[in-house]
Design a protein around this ligand. Sequence first.
Ligand SMILES: [Zn+2]
Length: 164
Amino acid sequence: MKTERGGWQPLRREQLIQELVHDSYKTKRKLAEPTRCPDCGAVYHDGRWTWGTAPAGAHEARCPACHRVHDRFPAGYVTLKGAFLGTHRDEILHLVRHREATEKADHPLERIMAIEDSGDGVVVTTTDTHLARNIGEAVHAAYKGELEFHYNKEENLLRVHWTR
Ligand SMILES: [Zn+2]
């Protein structure tokens, strides 16, 4: 597979499903169980982070998503551009936020970090690559347009570009 400069490679949508791994940002060593994130309250149990109540005496460690928020270092970047975006911005961003709410309900590490104007478009940053992919897929499914993915496997970063 062709690799671009800096470890980025373009991926087809079906490749992404196999390539994306779960984020372990700053939590490479195995966490004790149960562990509670002091920032968001998510609980690490049975090898995954979930929303729940930690038992008394649970360990404390920041989850990967809160580490990324704290470091301002997103895993996913979704860039939305084009004339159609300009005229349907509110509607599209509503869909983006709805997508996050749905994902986050089951997966505490799937969060939007920021939605910012980028001059000729909007950039949505996320704490996990899966949410970036899901947002791109959802916008494309609803509004068609052009959708591209660029993945950096070394650092587990995903860039999604949608244009219409
Ligand atoms: Zn957290």
